[in-house]
Structure formats: C-alpha cells, structure tokens
Design a protein around this ligand. Structure first.
Ligand SMILES: *Cc1c(COP(=O)(O)O)cnc(C)c1O
Length: 383
C-alpha cells in the first residue's frame, strides 16, 4: 500500500553513517532509519548480540523469564529515574500501554478521571488513540470518529496547561523536544513548570521519548537535559538500534499495573532484547550521548554558517543530533531530490522543514561532507 511517498532508492546495505543502494551508489544517511540507528548501521556490537542470541533462543512467551529481557530491564532502570519496565514492539504501542497505566492510576488515585493533556505539533504514533493524542489535523481528519480523552494545548505555554486542567485531568503527556512536529525546543523553564503544576494538582507527567531517548539530544534521555523527571517514560526507535522494540517505564508512584492488566506476545522477546541490550550498553559505555552533543553542536554551527550563504534558510534549530532546517519557501521536496542525487539522505517533516538526524556515532568529517552536499543541493533547489 502506498502510505508513504517513497523515494526511488533501494537500500541494500549499510555501515556506520553510510548506506549503499542496489546499484552500488553510496549515501550519507542523515535519517538513521527515522532516529533508530543511533549507533550506526551494521554496528558489530548489535550484529554479534543477534548472532549469539539467534543460536540460543528467539522467543518464549512472557509466561517465563529470559536473561536478555532481565539484563535490558536492569540496564534501563539503573541508568534512568524509572523503576519498572514493560517491553513491547513499537513507539505507538509503548504510548498505548502508558495511557492504560495512567487511566488505571487515575481510577485508583483520583476517583476516575482519565483526560490527558497533549500538545499541538506533537507526534505520538499511528494507532487510533495515538492519532487522538497527536494534535495535528493532518493525522486526524480522515479517521473520525477519533477516540476521546485527550485535550490539546500549544507547546511551550504553561498557562494553557493550567487553563486546560479540570477535574477530569489525570496527566500531561509531552515530548521534551518535539521532533516530527518540526524540531520545536521549549524554553528552559517550561518542563520544570509543567512538573511543578503536575505535582501541585496530583497529575502524572509522561514524557514520550520515542524520538529523543537513547542519546539523540546529547544526554541518554531528553529529560536529563532539562533536569525534569517524568513519572512515565516511553521509548522505542533508538532503543533497539534497528530491531523493533518499544518500552514504557514508570516510577514507584505510577506503578499500578497488575497481572492481567496488559500484555504482548512478542514484547520483550529474547532476540530483540539481546540486540537492544547490546545497543544500549554500547551507547552508555562509549559515551555516545557525548559524541551526539559535540558533533551535533558542530553540525548545527555548520548549518548556521550555510544560512549566511543561502537566504532561503529561515531558521536552524536543534539539540544534539536532532536539527531542523526551516526555509522561507516550500522547497523541501525539491531539495530532498537534489540531496539524493548528491548522495545525502535527509528527512522532510513539512513542505518547508528538513530534519538532520544522523547516527549518533557520526563524525565531524562526515558532517563536513554532508554540508558540502547540502550546499550544492540548495543551489539547485532554490532556483
Ligand atoms: C515515531 C514516534 C512515535 C511512534 O513510534 P512507532 O514505532 O512508529 O509506532 C511515537 N512518538 C514519537 C515521539 C515518535 O517520534
């Protein structure tokens, strides 16, 4: 089914920041599988873990324990402010589970309210509830009736959250930095103000870090950058480094799920957990967030320099290896084609915004090469 405007490139292999198509042409991959390949393509750490686990055990049901699942859970809990983990297979699924947890918490602690405040320009996934949570008309219009239980406010405006809170509100759900919605960074005190508001009104705070987690913003988790701890955290994308895995985590306060409340057949299976554990351990032990921070800053500075040269660039914004470039005209489609021709893969979030999100192991030399390709593509696309 043609649900995405695919570019006519067939990718057959990758290594680090680079991929090759079926004709042998190579590209710098600054899409990283949509912020998934955080430690690069074909990273030997992940390959070895998959090979070893594949010869041992792929899957048992969650009726039993497996060692990779326990090791991954331990690694995540030891390195975050969270206490408990549930493993699933994608970001939308992680958010769905988190919503169930929040609703149950509301029944126990607040006598039933279940409404969740989310932000305009957010992105939380494609299932029906996540379509309702994702406050962007283009993701909702075709799918009515939309599930209820979500109220929308402008991002980075604490007053709107205060005004939207009523006796039915149970939680606030935000991305620390909005990614798909155009790389929107909140003011430095926004998330701490949201945290205080949630504490004062006995609400849960949930951070969707499906995109920002695992080093993307230059810290292992985005919440660390803002020094604000959520009650519930969702992860996917970079968690597996390329295998499909998602998770929602919670602190002790929000730990309300009991046997029978939730489940998943494939969630947390031995193979994906082994790959994810290897990827996450690599991220922590090799200080991949540090590289994301340093090279990401360099990347943003180089894009800022290009803005001096190309007036059509109206804004460059980002943190770590998540940088958005906005244009004063709708050239993103044309620019993407020109970049493809030059051997640089980028992602478009709107007709006038492209996202730079390379693997977090990217080097300055690779950024230089990408900037040169982008510069030439801009010359072609802007006329
Ligand atoms: C991609 C994304 C999702 C959805 O993840 P899937 O694995 O595609 O279901 C949810 N939230 C955020 C912030 C995302 O970037």
């Amino acid at each position: 089914m043609k649900v995405v405007n695919r570019q006519s490139i067939v990718i057959v292999k990758g290594e680090g920041t680079r991929v090759w198509d079926d004709e042998g042409k190579d590209y710098l991959d600054f899409t990283a599988g949509w912020a998934v390949n955080n430690i690069g393509h074909a990273n030997p750490a992940i390959t070895a873990a998959i090979q070893a686990q594949a010869g041992q055990l792929l899957q048992t049901s969650n009726q039993f324990f497996t060692i990779p699942q326990l090791e991954l859970a331990e690694l995540l809990v030891e390195n975050s402010c969270m206490e408990k983990v549930f493993f699933c297979n994608s970001g939308a699924e992680a958010n769905e589970g988190a919503i169930k947890l929040i609703r149950k918490w509301g029944k126990i602690n607040k006598n039933g309210p279940g409404e969740i405040i989310t932000a305009y320009k957010s992105f939380h996934g494609r299932t029906m509830n996540m379509v309702a949570a994702t406050a962007q008309p283009k993701y909702q219009e075709a799918w009515a009736p939309i599930p209820t239980g979500f109220t929308h406010v402008d991002f980075d405006d604490i007053t709107q959250i205060k005004n939207a809170t009523n006796e039915n509100t149970v939680a606030v759900m935000l991305e620390p930095v909005q990614s798909e919605g155009g790389v929107n960074i909140p003011s430095s005190d926004y998330l701490s103000n949201v945290r205080s508001w949630c504490d004062e009104n006995n609400l849960l705070l949930i951070f969707d870090e499906v995109s920002t987690g695992l080093g993307r913003l230059g810290e292992l988790f985005g919440y660390q950058l803002f020094d604000v701890e959520p009650d519930v955290l969702t992860l996917a994308k970079g968690l597996g480094g390329g295998v499909p895995i998602g998770a929602f985590l919670c602190n002790q306060r929000a730990n309300v799920l009991e046997p029978g409340d939730h489940g998943s057949t494939f969630g947390g299976n031995a193979l994906t957990c082994a790959a994810s554990e290897a990827s996450t351990r690599f991220i922590i032990e090799e200080d991949v967030p540090g590289n994301s921070r340093n090279v990401g800053k360099y990347m943003k500075d180089q894009l800022e320099n290009l803005r001096m040269k190309h007036e059509i660039i109206s804004d460059v914004r980002g943190i770590g290896c998540l940088v958005g470039v906005e244009f004063s005209a709708d050239i993103a489609g044309k620019l993407l084609s020109a970049c493809n021709d030059n051997g640089l893969l980028l992602n478009v979030t709107a007709t006038n915004i492209v996202r730079w999100m390379p693997p977090l192991t990217v080097t300055k030399e690779e950024v230089d090469e990408a900037i040169e390709k982008f510069d030439k593509a801009l010359d072609i696309a802007k006329v």
